[in-house]
Design a protein around this ligand. Sequence first.
Ligand code: GLN
Length: 472
Amino acid sequence: MNAADFSISQLRDAYTKGDLTPADALKSIASSIEEKDGDIGGYLSHDLDLALAEAGDVDLSLPLGGVPVAIKDLINAKGQPCGCASKILTGKYTSPYDSTVVRKLREAGAIPFGRTNMDEFAMGSSNENSGIKPCRNPHDLDRIPGGSSGGSAAVVAANTAVAALGTDTGGSIRQPASHCGVVGLKPSYGRVSRFGLVAFASSLDQAGPLTKTVADAALLLQTISGSCERDSTCLPNPVPDFTAAIGQDVKGLKIGLPKEYFAEGLDPKVKENVEAAIKKLSDLGAETVEISLPNTEHAVATYYIIATAEASANLARFDGVRYGHRAEADDLITHYKKSRAEGFGDEVKRRIILGTYVLSSGYYDAYYLRAQKVRTLIRNDFEEAFKKVDVIASPVSPTPAFKIGEKSSDPLAMYLADIYTISANLAGICGISVPCGTVSEGGSDLPVGLQLLGKSLGEEDIIKAAHAVEAG
Ligand code: GLN
């Protein structure tokens, strides 16, 4: 077996038994990338020599000692490229520092290995907005892997990585995890430091794990969580032992089923799989309760106002002076305009324009301010719901992975498919996608994920429930 086929715990066992060294593991992962990634496009780059140098003095007794982790291309790892799958940065920016998540991984003995493909600056749900190259779903190469952390999900699913980190602003960990049949966990806002992530929408972004098992997700989350003096939005709360939630009984756990998430637009075959997973939980003694999240219908509009507004401000720094691509021009304004016009892709430009519009004087009250008020209503919906239930179960995405090109000419159709994931980011709560079956389409078996949402800092509940689904 190639080390890339292993989960984190299997790899750690192989190290303990002396069957493998971290250098062996890195070399075999590199050979599996060589063999398979040409068709998939999950990696933008990987540097075996750099990783081998790091593996040389790794302490195997640490919790992630010698475990290679693939990193989404917007998370800074010192000495590695960080291009955000954008032409404005790729080949022109090497991280001079570690993000807090990568620092914590390294302190736990992990080796950041490989930069994963993504939608440019994390804007998208299909990876078709990558400014560098397409990424394909390992279960059907004609289909999207999901996005924006499509590469991170694809490399874990294709067994060209043991585990990966992604980020989730409106579903970008959970949705590709669902489409690729892996586990993806979005931590509660503030659970994990955002220091060193290239910001898309700062009030929504969170980094989290994409893994082969729920136990691996718990272990990675454990490692990257906790307060950070470099991110004032990172919460000081103590980090519980997430791995202790694995294997805990779900008897008596109250599971809310939001009626708005099982309504029109949901593919009946996806629904069937999701309902079967929920039945599994109730057979184990969990109690299901119908709930309502009445402001769901406003979530997509609210998200695409707030996220674009924040993005338009965050991406102002890419001006051709401080970072990345630098266009030739005679005066400063032309220089800014040309650098950005040449460097950014269409979707990024669309979002900057939308975001600038909703923040402009005269429209601010009608769009941005109103969206902030609706965001509070959405958050209140969840607060009410969590008075009655411990976790909320739903689909992750209304359909299985669609064909490459199917929705790329219709941005609105793409945005609407984010309906089940984005509210969690607006409310700041945590969520996980755990594989719950497959749907047969066009000769392929396409994975379906069950989404479990937990209250803010309620990761233990969703890990416990997700593990019960996984254990079947
Ligand atoms: N699909 C959503 C968007 O395009 C979410 C992206 C994300 O979570 N980074 O904005």
